[in-house]
Design a protein around this ligand. Structure first.
Ligand code: ASP
Length: 463
């Protein structure tokens, strides 16, 4: 007999079905043994009666989280037994046969209750069990739905999904890199991408015009509730666009995605506010526009922040970029950028998407001409050699007909935090790291075997 999913049981009332899943709870009432069975689609109550003796004696041995296959009859419950508030509260499976597919030790913690208060190290050591809990199942599925819905929109709008390399070059993008030693070229290192920024721009030079990727961004930053070493971005770049075009496209994508998922947006079109005004009004460039009532109702309050300063002072008294060195200044500041004048007042085309107090995305129109990117790096104090060493490939590409372009990256975790109301990024990633930077389930970071170190030409300094 083919397997029936628990969510579809109502189509089989009074018929025999085979269902498979985990023993959620088992209640022994002497003559009757009740078992709630859980699969990825739901939960149903089953009962082992004395008239099916073999099945009942197996039912007697079952414990929580055993994996079983059950054959049984889908019965309507008598009226007084109906639990109207439960999804399958009006039916019950009368067990006729049970096959045990795998047993289970007693779990290190109870997954039938919310696991949020369980010690995080224990939760992450056994993340594969934690993932069975209702909240984690909901969060991870919602994440998948969000990406699927955004993808649908992007494909409909002529975007091409393209993967960019994970082993790449260390570049100055704002954070510390994670580096990977090369075995073939001892003493040399790759870096994991902080974002696909440069490759996606080079795809514009490569004629793809509309690119997206569900991309991993890996940054060695201090860990916070809303920031991990790894996060995922919906990374987007478009050719022949101005700031307005990107904002409109992304706004349509977000509206399509979250409304299709049943969420309510506070204000459309999204309000726009300058960085300066945001600081004056909210004291920060991320802010929450919701009322208390809207917070309770899970409303999403999006806003764009624009007109950021391009540069900020370094501790040494020089200049560095505030968001992205590849940005284009606003039109009225192109002259200043090219001439290295009025630097503190140059505004960039950077835009941030803010939602419910988080920065849920950010991007800019890019400097697509060699002289513009050179001017930015010159302001940041790079010599010609340093510039070539750092972004020479971009400068080169810009001399071969790179179209005007711009893009954005949306942080998947922060968006899912907004959709679920979670306040930690770890609640919306399947296998997050601990607060201390240890991987879930697996044991990293850890020492390498001497053989690997030798192969890589690495010597570890004794403390
Ligand atoms: N690469 C930028 C980031 O990861 C986003 C962008 O400008 O597209 O923050």
């Amino acid at each position: 007999m083919e397997r029936t999913y628990i969510k579809d049981l109502h189509e089989h009332v009074s018929k025999e079905v085979k269902i498979k899943g985990w023993v959620h709870v088992r209640r022994d009432h002497g003559k009757l043994i009740f078992i709630d069975l859980r699969d990825m689609t739901g939960l149903v109550q089953m009962v082992a009666l004395p008239n099916h003796e073999d099945a009942r004696s197996i039912a007697n041995t079952l414990r929580n989280e055993w994996v079983i296959s059950v054959t049984g009859l889908v019965n309507k419950r008598p009226d007084k037994m109906v639990q109207a508030d439960q999804p399958n509260g009006d039916i019950e499976i009368e067990i006729t046969d049970i096959e045990v597919l795998n047993d289970a030790e007693t779990l290190p913690f109870d997954i039938t209750n919310d696991t949020q208060d369980i010690d995080e190290n224990v939760r992450l050591q056994y993340r594969y069990l934690d993932l069975r809990s209702e909240r984690m199942q909901k969060n991870i599925r919602l994440r998948s739905k969000f990406i699927q819905t955004a993808r649908e929109f992007l494909f409909k709008n002529q975007f091409t999904e393209i993967e960019t390399p994970l082993l790449t070059e260390s570049t100055p993008e704002g954070s510390r890199d994670f580096v990977v030693p090369s075995r073939l070229h001892k003493g040399l290192f790759y870096a994991l991408p902080q974002s696909p920024q440069q490759y996606k721009q080079l795809l514009m030079t490569g004629g793809f015009e509309r690119y997206f990727q569900i991309a991993r961004a890996i940054r060695d930053e201090d860990l916070r509730a809303d920031r991990g070493f790894e996060h995922t971005q919906i990374d987007i770049e478009m050719s022949f666009v101005k700031q307005e075009d990107v904002l409109n496209m992304i706004e349509s994508m977000m509206i399509h995605t979250v409304e299709k998922m049943g969420f309510t947006i506070k204000e459309k079109p999204f309000p726009r506010i300058s960085y300066k005004e945001a600081l004056e009004k909210y004291g920060a460039d991320k802010f929450d526009l919701r009322t208390e009532k809207e917070k309770e109702a899970g409303v999403l309050a999006y806003a764009w922040v624009v007109d950021f300063p391009f540069f900020e002072k370094t501790e040494e008294g020089g200049w560095t970029f505030s968001h992205n060195p590849f940005s284009m200044p606003k039109d009225e500041y192109i002259y200043d950028l090219l001439n290295g004048k009025n630097i503190e007042n140059i505004l960039t085309t950077q835009y941030d998407l803010v939602c419910n107090g988080y920065e849920s995305g950010g991007g800019s129109v890019r400097a697509h001409r060699r002289d513009l990117l050179e001017a930015t790096y010159k302001i940041m104090g790079y010599s010609s050699e340093e510039m070539i060493d750092s972004v020479g490939h971009m400068l080169d590409a810009f001399t071969y007909g790179t179209p005007p372009h711009g893009g954005i990256a949306l942080g998947v975790e922060r968006n899912i935090m907004n959709l679920t109301g979670e306040v930690s990024l770890r609640e919306v990633q399947a296998f997050p790291m601990t607060r201390g930077g240890q991987t879930a389930v697996m044991n990293a970071p850890k020492p390498l075997a001497q053989k690997q170190l030798t192969e890589l030409g690495i010597e570890i300094k004794k403390k």
